[in-house]
Design a protein around this ligand. Structure first.
Ligand code: NAD
Length: 445
C-alpha cells in the first residue's frame, strides 16, 4: 500500500505538495529496470556518457528561476542561494563528468592494464540541506563509471528533487536514472535491495545504519557524513577577518551546512575583541522567509531540528554559557542569530552537530588545549585555523579531512570532498574520489 510523502514550506508549515512513497515492489521494479538500463550504458565510451550528461543537464538551463523558487519554498534558503545551488548543479553535472574522463581512463602497468569498470547499480541517498548539489556530486561519478542510478532524495525536499529529475532524466537512456521517494524506511529498503554501491550523504547515525545493512552483502559504500567543525583563532590572527568568517560560516544556510563552524576556540588574549567583532557581524543578519527582502537566515527545516537547536542553546545557558546575542525563547520555525560564549566540553553544542545559526565561543590559554578540544569529538569533516606564523603548524595537528588556514575549507581545483573519523567513509571529487564508484579490474597479458 503506497503512502504519500507530504512536503511543507518550512517558513509557515503550509503544504506545498506530495509525492508517492515507494513500496518494496516499486523498489524491486526500479532495481530490475536499472539492471536492464546498465546493459547498454556500461558498453558505451566515457565520452559518450559525458555527452549524454551534457545533453541531459542542458535541459535544465531554461528553468533555473523556476527550480530556484521551488528550492527556496521547500528548503527555506533565500533565492540568491537557491539560484546559486541550481546553477551550480546544472554547471557541475557536466563539469564533474568531464573530470571523470581521466580518472576512468585505462592505465598500462608492466604486462597489465588497469581498467575502471562499472559496479552495476548505484543507490544515491541524499539530504535536504543542499538537495540538488549533494545528490549531483554522487550521481555524476556513479553514471560516468558506467553504473545505472536509483536516487532517493530526502523526504523533506521531494518536490525539488522530482522537478530536477523530470527535467534531466529524459536526456538519458530509459531507466538509467530513476527516482524513488520516501524516508528512512524506503532508504533501508533500497540499501537492502539488489544494488551494488551506495553513495550516501547525511547524518552519522544514518551512515552507521546503512553500513550495518550493507555489510550482509558487502556492498560498496561512499558516505559523506555530518560535521562538528572547529575554528581556532590564535592571538596573532586578523581578528576582524576571523570574526567575519566565524559568523558567516556559522550562519550559512541557517547553520544547516555540514561544514558550518560549530565550535570556536579563541586565544584568551584576544577573546574579548573577537567576541565584540562577532556580535557586531552577527547583528547584521536578518531572519525570515526566503522571499523577504534582506533575509539571510531562513527557517529551520522542521520542528525536530528546531527543537534540537533550542535545546542545545538552553543546555549551554543552563551550564553557565553567556548568551551574547539571541534568546533561549525562540520563535516557532526560526532561530535568530545567536552567539554563545564560555562553552565547556560537557555541553551538547560541543559534542553534537547543532546544525543551526549559533556561534559558540570558548577561550583557551594554551594552543595545546585548543587543539585537544578541537579534536575531542567523533567528527572530523572540516577544521579552520586563523593565525599568523604558526597557523599551519596548528592546522597540521587537527583531525579533519579538510582544513582551512585563514580561509574556509575546500579550495579550488579538483580536490576531494572528504571527511576524517566518523564524518566520512569513502569520499567523492578528484580522480581518487571518482574511482570509488568503479570496480578496478586488472587484465594481464
Ligand atoms: P539523514 O541522515 O537524516 O537523511 C539523509 C537521507 O538518508 C535522507 O534521504 C533520508 O531519508 C535517508 N535515510 C534516513 N534513514 C535511513 C536509513 N536508515 N537507511 C537509508 N536511508 C536513510 O540526514 P539529513 O537530516 O537529511 O541531512 C543532514 C545531515 O547530513 C547532517 O548531519 C549533515 O552534516 C549531513 N551532510 C553531510 C554532508 C557532507 O558532505 N559530509 C553534506 C550535507 C549534509
Amino acid at each position: 500500500m503506497s503512502e504519500n510523502i507530504i512536503s511543507y514550506d518550512p517558513s509557515n508549515g503550509n503544504k506545498l505538495g506530495e509525492v508517492t512513497a515507494a513500496t518494496v515492489t516499486d523498489i524491486e521494479k526500479a532495481v530490475n529496470n536499472a539492471k536492464a538500463a546498465a546493459l547498454h550504458w556500461k558498453c558505451i565510451s566515457h565520452e559518450d556518457r559525458l555527452q549524454a550528461i551534457q545533453r541531459a543537464y542542458s535541459a535544465a538551463e531554461p528553468i533555473v528561476a523556476n527550480l530556484a523558487e521551488l528550492l527556496s519554498k521547500e528548503m527555506g534558503k533565500d533565492i540568491r542561494r537557491s539560484t546559486s545551488e541550481v546553477q551550480g548543479s546544472i554547471w557541475g553535472g557536466p563539469y564533474i563528468a568531464k573530470s571523470c574522463l581521466d580518472a576512468f581512463a585505462s592505465k598500462e602497468s608492466g604486462e597489465s592494464t588497469l581498467e575502471y569498470v562499472p559496479l552495476g547499480i548505484a543507490a544515491i541517498i541524499s539530504p535536504w540541506n543542499y538537495p540538488l548539489a549533494m545528490a549531483n556530486n554522487l550521481i555524476i561519478p556513479a553514471l560516468m563509471a558506467g553504473n545505472s542510478v536509483i536516487w532517493k532524495p530526502s523526504e523533506e525536499t521531494p518536490l525539488i528533487a522530482q522537478a530536477f529529475f523530470d527535467t534531466i532524466h529524459q536526456g538519458f537512456p530509459e531507466n538509467l536514472l530513476q527516482i524513488v521517494h520516501g524516508a528512512g524506511e524506503q532508504g533501508r529498503m533500497l540499501v537492502e535491495s539488489n544494488i551494488n554501491i551506495i553513495g550516501f550523504t547525511g547524518s552519522q547515525a544514518t551512515g552507521k545504519d546503512i553500513m550495518a545493512r550493507a555489510a550482509t552483502s558487502l556492498k560498496r559504500l561512499v558516505m559523506e557524513l555530518g560535521g562538528n567543525d572547529p575554528l581556532i583563532v590564535m592571538s596573532d590572527a586578523n581578528i576582524k577577518a576571523a570574526a567575519r568568517f566565524a559568523v558567516a560560516s556559522s550562519f550559512e544556510n541557517a547553520g544547516q551546512m555540514c561544514i558550518s563552524t560549530e565550535r570556536i576556540y579563541v586565544d584568551q588574549a584576544v577573546a574579548h575583541e573577537f567576541e565584540q567583532q562577532v556580535i557586531s557581524a552577527a547583528s547584521q543578519y536578518r531572519v525570515g522567509p526566503w522571499n523577504m527582502e534582506g533575509v539571510n537566515i531562513g527557517p529551520i527545516i522542521n520542528k525536530t531540528q528546531h527543537e534540537k537547536i533550542v535545546n542545545h542553546i538552553k543546555d549551554a545557558v543552563e551550564q553557565d554559557a553567556r548568551l551574547l546575542l539571541g534568546s533561549t525563547d525562540n520563535p516557532e520555525r526560526y532561530i535568530p542569530p545567536t552567539v554563545l560564549a564560555g562553552m565547556t566540553p560537557e555541553m551538547r553544542v560541543e559534542q553534537e552537530e547543532t546544525f543551526g545559526p549559533v556561534v559558540c565561543i570558548s577561550s583557551f590559554t594554551t594552543i595545546e588545549e585548543a587543539i585537544e578540544r578541537a579534536n575531542n569529538t567523533s567528527y572530523g569533516l572540516g577544521a579552520v585555523v586563523y593565525g599568523g606564523r604558526d597557523a599551519r603548524r596548528v592546522a597540521a595537528q587537527l583531525e579533519a579531512g579538510m582544513i582551512g588556514v585563514n580561509q574556509g575549507v575546500g579550495g579550488g581545483g579538483d580536490v576531494p570532498w572528504v571527511g576524517a573519523k566518523q564524518s566520512g567513509f569513502g569520499f567523492h571529487g578528484s580522480p581518487e574520489g571518482h574511482r570509488q564508484f568503479a570496480q578496478v579490474r586488472v587484465v594481464s597479458r
